[in-house]
Every structure is written in structure tokens, then in C-alpha cells.
Design a binder for this molecule. Sequence first.
Ligand code: WT7
Length: 634
Amino acid sequence: MGVYEVKSLEQYFKVYKRSVREPRKFWSKIAEDFVWYKKWDKVLEYRLEEAEVKWFVNGKLNITKNCIDRHLAKRGDKTAIIFEPNDPDEEAEHITYNDLYNRVCKMANVLRDQGIRKGDRVCIYLPMIPELAVTVLACARIGAIHSVVFAGFSESALAARIQDCECKMVVTSDGGFRGNKTIDLKGIVDGALETCPSIDKVLVVKRTNADIPMKEGRDEWLAPLYEKASTESIAEVMDAEDPLFILYTSGSTGKPKGMLHTTAGYMIYTAYTFKNVFQYEEKDVYWCTADIGWITGHSYILYGPLANGATTVMFEGVPSYPDFGRFWEVVDKHKVTQFYTAPTAIRALAKESTDWVTKYDLSSLKVLGSVGEPINEEAWHWYNDHVGNKKCPIVDTWWQTETGGLMISPIAYATPTKPTYATLPLPGVQPVLMDEKRNEIEGNQVVGSLCIKFPWPSMARTIWGDHRRYKETYFSAFPGKYFTGDGALRDEVGYYRITGRVDDVVIVSGHNLGTAPIEDAINEHPAVAESAIVGFPHDIKGNALYGFIILKETGETRNRENLTREINQYISEHIGPIAKLDKIQFVSGLPKTRSGKIMRRILRKIASKDTANLGDTSTLLNPEVVEDIIENAV
Ligand code: WT7
């Protein structure tokens, strides 16, 4: 992918200008470097007002041909995936491109034998083990749409995701290791499937050797089927716009949104951005610590790196197990050159002694990355000084599940970095800041709502089963533009700094949590009448959740400690432990507008202990509750 490579700031400006002036020419040049069954007739067709976008119209390809097969001649014996297990005493596995080819073909044949066909949805609920990568790629090989659900999600969250896109099959394991815990994934699947009639088959990978029940006629161990399967499997011919995967992200209202990504544009964009932003070179060992259950893992553990024939590390464990040196031990052990993690992990590790870092040789590192939320100045410096030894550029990459790939980010060794700034848009990305009157804000040193005004190849095409919601959520606030939901500022040289969400989504430890589903879960508790959740700043998690809860009369006499525990239990069961509340305040009322909308702005200020300037509360329906809430804030 030599064309449009960026190695200097000067080159960046040149390439960027070209990408904006002639986007079709720009992306088709890049697309030439991939393997196609048939080239496209037209590069781009779009109507953003209608949320309609098509790239590489009528092109035919298979993404696994590009991520695996085409590397075999030159890189067959090169390591594609290094699997680093949770337990440091268990040996790491080096999976070559040849191995990966065999494994993916075998798994593709298993899926086909079990009746999975092009267009069917397969839910993957697995820990970070090689079978996860293999199953994802096997789906892509046969044209099945994968829907990976992060293996930390609860029974009902899993069920909702299976039901929404009517998956035919679940691939899971007998359990998963995470630090010193084991997680009973199969038990969670069994619970979820009680309300999922679309599922015919469950394939179970052995990982923990836990003794688990197998349901006759539905559940099947993967191993015997896999052993028998052939190592050749013809890749399905996919249209450029055929769905590749669905990945759920929480919205500010209602049920999770199944973001649908398609084949060609996603492949080209993740490959191009991976190569440039991280400056990946042939012998490098790249490690992204995310879970494949998130978009970061899809795009920058699997598809982007593999499309470049890279060596990518897959880590099963957590940064604190067996101790706080684990990340650095793994960097040292595998001589990692690019390391990509989240601010929440950095902040957690920065709280511990730097001896955990200095104990290891990190001299292999060339580039550091950050993703998921704004990285604060302190964490940025700790990362830069102690991990990067002041010689590794930090690429602070801003993007979203919906964008499929990195959008605003420095390009390592080309874009001068600036702490807390995602800096400049990548080639092909046209960000704009909008004011409240829906006008584009020109010039620098300005703040506004961040929108993208021109399509890019890896943008999500729709929300599964609900195109109207897709259009309303992303293309209605500023007609003709994609609205990100984030606010941003543009500094004097045009660098962007993302200031955070402007909607009701809170980013906790890098996880995108909609407040509405959490409120729905709490409101199911029999003692709860109403609730409102807001985020507040937290040293390690970035944000934590604060719940304001009104009890029913019958609940008023109950023990508050028990209630707090029960409410968090409800949240754990409905959404997952990640969404638990750090603080709970029982209140007599919630500040509401005259139309009955909860004034979250006021609650956010109270939760952040920033009550000096609450703004105008006189228009509230019930201004008197505000004083009371402030007085009893926790
Ligand atoms: C939201 C998207 C993209 C993979 C991980 C999260 C926030 C993400 C940054 C960054 C400031 C960031 C935004 C965005 N965000 N990266 N570098 N600086 N904010 O994906 O779960 O879809 O969340 O994460 O608020 O909208 P996601």
C-alpha cells in the first residue's frame, strides 16, 4: 500500500489536500492495491440527507483473501497473531499466516456444515483466545455476518443483541480466564438463550475445562467438528456493500444500536489508516490491548493489521494480573514496536510505582497509541515519559464504533503531537464544527459540535433493522452532515481537541454507556419510582456514574444499604458490572422542565460538585428540589 503513504507533515498536507479535492480518485488509487474478484464500476454514490452511502459500487471481493490468502506466498511463515494467555506461565502461541489460513478454512467448513450461509448472523461470545479471531474471519470467509458480543456483557444484554439481529448460532466457550477470575460464559449463554428462539446451534470451545451442561440437539463441542474439517475452503464472493459485521453500541435512548459495517470500504479504510497512523513496518510487532468485542479490536487487532500482513498481539488477560507490570512484561517479551491502549488503563497503571515499568526493557517501542476517551494531560505525560521514554510519538486517535476506523489522529513521526489533542483529520476525513444555529463555524480557536461533512469508506451504513433511527441519530441534527455526538475545539493551528459527549452517553473506563438503558434497568427494581443517571469525573475511569433515585412509597422504609446493593445487582444483570453506579443518592424529586424532561445539565453539575453556577433554574417545574439535592449530595 505504497500509494499515499505519509512520512512527513509536508507530505500529510499534500496527501490530505488531494484526498479532499478528488476523493474518488484518492480512494480508488488505494483500492487498487487490494485483491478483487471484480473491480468496482463507480467509486462512490451518496445522499447524506438520506443517510445513504455506497463505496466501490459493484466491486466483488472477499476480505479474508486480502487479510490472509494474498500474504501466503511472501509471508506464509510470518507470525500473523501472537496469542499471549492470561496466565504468564502458559506459553504464548505464534500463529503464522499459513496456520491462520488453515484454521480459518477449517472453521469456515464447520460453519457451513452446520448450515450457516451467506447473510446469516452468527453471534460470537468468546474470551480473547485464538478461536475468537478464527471464528470472526471464518464468518467473513463464508459471508456470514458476525456479531461479536463482548464477553463481559450480562445474560440479558447478550439476549437483546441476539434477538435484535436474529442470530442463528452462538459460538462460545466453557468459560474464560480474566486475571484471577474465571467467567462462566456458557452459563450466561444458556440463560440468554431462554429468550432467543432464533438460535439453532451453540458451538462450544474448550478453554477452562469447566464442567458445563450441554443441551442435547443444540450444543456441540467445537473440537471434534473442527478436527474433521478440511483445510481448504473457497471464499464466498462478496459485493463491496455486502454486510461484514454488526457491532452493538449503546445509544442515549432505547435499545442498543446494531451498527452495520460493509466489506470493501471498511477493509480499505482500516488497512490504510493502520499502516499510516502507526507507521507499521514489515518486521514490527504491533499490540492493541483492546478486546475484539469492541470496534477497536475488530479494526485494529484483526482487519487493519492483517490486511497489511502485520504481526498482531492478542492478549487474553488484564493489566493488573499477576501484577501491575504485566503490560510491560509482554512488551519486553515479544519486543512490541507499536503499543495501543486506553487512557483508563494508563491512569490505573500510573497510580502504581514506576518500578513496574522500569523493571522491563521497553526499548523496542516506536509508537504509542491512545483511544476511547480524551486523554488527560497527566496521563499523557506519564505515558510519554515512562513508557515511551520521551522518544515515541503518542497517537491520540479519535473515532467511534460508527466511523469504523480512525478519523482524527496524529500520524506517527509526521504530525507533531500536542498533549490532549487528537490533532488533524486523516486523509479523506472532512470534519467541521457546527454552532447551535446549525451553521458551520469557520476559522480557528473555536468550539462546536463535531460533524463530518463528506462520506469516508468505513462509515457504518445503517443500524440493523432500523434505518430510520440511523438517519435520525446521525444525520438529522445537522442535515447533510454526519453528527458525531461529540463536542470539540479547534486551536490556533487547526488541531482538534475532543471535549466529550454532548448527548446522554457517558464514557466509563473507555466504555460507551448510554444512561437510558441503565435507568431502565434500575426502574425495574420494585422499590424504585424513577431515576436519572449522569457521569462525573473520576481519577481512573475518566467518568463514573452517579444515580439520583426516587423511591416508591413502599421503598421509603427499606434499608438504604441493601437497596444500593440490590440496584447495582440489577444493573449488573441487565447491562454488566461495568455499568454499576459509584454513587447513589436517594432523592425526593428530579429537576424537570415544564415539558417533563429531566434537566441532566443540573444533575451533572451537582454530581461533579460544581454547584457555584447552576445556570437558570427558574424555568423548572420544581426548582425547590434542586436545593434539597445539593444539600444531600454524596
Ligand atoms: C466515543 C466513541 C473508537 C474506539 C473506542 C470507542 C470517545 C474515542 C477518543 C479520543 C476523545 C474519544 C468519543 C467518541 N472517544 N476516542 N481519542 N479522544 N474522545 O468507541 O465506544 O464507539 O465510543 O468515544 O466520545 O464519540 P465507541
